[in-house]
Design a protein. Structure first.
Length: 348
């Protein structure tokens, strides 16, 4: 059954909010994990474990997109116009806000040469004016691909979809730094990247699995994946042979297992919620994209003005707490912007 039918949308709505909060937790923990940073071992491990737990965030966002969009037939021009407008206009607004913040924070300067200033702004728009906006560039690329991959998914047999996913996983595996010597000269980039998460999200959402205790198995897989990411990241620190972020990368076999387990746990979990909670969830979900775009700015000011960050106390508590404070404030900010004239176009 389609995951966007009335009875099935709740788990995706829940998962979208969880993934959004996970993104903010990830960004609250990352300062403790920056290369060259020196922190007490206990603090580093707390950030590392929390970071490992929430590494599913971006892959799950893409999987949700695949679950909701790939099964539908689109007129290409209409699809791209609607989707790109909803993504690009708020993205440009928030990108300019982050450029302003960089100027306010004296990270960039503007001179008297107007054209030089314009070129600097265009350069920042080209490469991203904040660390988290890479996701939007990736998402735009996926939107161009969705009409094509969607046509394949709608007409493919289960065997053909599984073939795509198996090859995608194999390519992901052999392009990892620790297995790159097995990477053949055959160009397999057609199966690389985030497009596989689109197909995986569609497959897992629609597939009716007949596996006993599947949710329990997924919980075990989640725990094992978190352990592999956290311990693996500690092992590669300071190792010049492999990059320190190797186990954190979204297109990574361990993160893939983590993301698939979270996706299926959400699908297999029935939550009874009061109407007020459902209403609050759906209201927040309406501004999901805007909260993603704006949360980094709120994190900047929480730290700069109020010293609210992982430094509040024990990182196991302060990181999730800071993320929750940021989540609530960013929702309020985006909600207010949405109510201003033309705000619905830029709030996200």
């Amino acid at each position: 059954m389609s995951p966007d039918k009335a009875g099935n949308i709740d788990w995706i709505s829940n998962l979208r909010i969880i993934a959004l909060y996970a993104v903010i937790v990830l960004h609250c923990s990352s300062p403790l994990l920056m290369p060259g940073a020196s922190f007490p071992a206990a603090d580093w491990w707390a950030a590392d474990i929390l970071n490992a737990i929430v590494r599913f965030a971006v892959p799950v966002f893409v999987m949700i997109t695949g679950a909701l969009l790939l099964h539908r037939e689109y007129e290409i021009g209409d699809f791209l116009r609607k989707r790109l407008t909803r993504v690009v206009v708020p993205f440009l607004f928030w990108s300019l806000i982050y450029i302003w913040y960089s100027w306010y924070n004296e990270e960039i300067t503007f001179g008297n040469n107007a054209w030089a200033n314009v070129k600097q702004v265009l350069h920042l728009l080209k490469y991203g004016s904040s660390y988290h906006l890479w996701y939007v560039y990736m998402l735009i690329g996926l939107y161009f691909f969705i009409p094509v991959i969607g046509k394949f998914v709608r007409n493919a047999s289960e065997k053909e979809i599984l073939y795509f996913l198996v090859v995608w996983f194999a390519v992901m595996l052999i392009t990892q730094p620790y297995l790159v010597r097995f990477d053949p000269s055959v160009d397999m980039h057609y199966f690389a990247g985030y497009a596989g998460y689109l197909v995986l999200g569609h497959y897992l959402a629609f597939k009716d699995f007949k596996v006993k205790h599947l949710r329990l198995w997924m919980v075990i897989l989640f725990i094992c994946s978190v352990a592999l990411i956290a311990i693996g990241s500690e092992l590669v620190i300071g190792n010049s042979k492999w990059p320190g972020t190797m186990f954190y990368e979204p297109v990574n076999p361990t993160v893939l297992m983590l993301s698939a387990s979270v996706f299926l746990i959400a699908k297999l979990t029935t939550m009874k919620m009061r109407p007020a909670i459902i209403g609050a969830r759906d209201l927040v979900g309406k501004y999901n994209y805007g909260i993603y775009l704006g949360h980094a700015l709120v994190l900047y000011f929480l730290d700069d003005l109020f010293d609210i960050s992982y430094k509040l106390g024990l990182p196991f508590i302060s990181i999730p707490l800071t993320a929750l404070i940021c989540f609530v404030i960013t929702f309020g900010l985006v909600f207010i912007i949405n109510k201003l004239p033309l705000g619905k176009w830029v709030s996200g």
